[in-house]
Ligand binder design. Sequence first.
Ligand SMILES: CC(C)(COP(=O)(O)OP(=O)(O)OC[C@H]1O[C@@H](n2cnc3c(N)ncnc32)[C@H](O)[C@@H]1OP(=O)(O)O)[C@@H](O)C(=O)NCCC(=O)NCCS
Length: 182
Amino acid sequence: MPTNPCSKSNTSEDSSFQFVVSDSGSELKRQLKLPSYYAKVFTSSDVSLLVLCLTSEGDIVGACSLSGMFHMAVLYIDEGYRRKGLGSRLFLETIRLARERGMSFLTGAVPPGHIPALRMDFKVGFKVIRHFKDFVLIMRPLNLRGRFTYFFFRSTFSLFPEFLLARLYDTGVDIIKKIASK
Ligand SMILES: CC(C)(COP(=O)(O)OP(=O)(O)OC[C@H]1O[C@@H](n2cnc3c(N)ncnc32)[C@H](O)[C@@H]1OP(=O)(O)O)[C@@H](O)C(=O)NCCC(=O)NCCS
């Protein structure tokens, strides 16, 4: 049986799955077969929160990380466990923890044609800031300050040229291009 990768206490659970905060993505990288760019994101030193989804046997079947100053969310569910509502549940648990830790918003960047991810993001409350050529920039406000930030970003981001925002959003755009090119 795999060892539990989490040094912190469990955050929530039901009969089949539990959601736990992890200190490092190294066990995740060994257990879950991840495309290399997801492995890179989940194990990056930039990650401020990493939440894992575990089966009752302790197998890791999903992960969601928040990184950088924009709290960029990246989520991955093992192929065999998709379309069971796990992605949304893991995201909602990450949102709950982020709010608990004082974050005001999360952001995400999704290729425009990535319907599963976009639908899931909208289902858990993300809103569009701006559509770019390679990605849709989205935000999930978590409190009043987050809602102000969202309206500020939405109104001002349309004034900036795309290349400048892409630089600001470096890692995100890098991942998005890789997802989009799959
Ligand atoms: C995107 C991803 C995380 C979704 O995980 P999931 O556990 O399958 O998602 P859920 O079962 O919670 O589905 C949530 C909603 O997303 C939408 N959705 C999910 N998969 C879908 C698919 N294949 N086609 C269309 N809609 C889909 C649905 O609207 C669904 O809600 P519904 O079941 O009420 O209709 C998963 O497909 C994945 O890990 N993909 C690879 C990594 C990735 O692309 N991550 C996103 C970029 S950061």
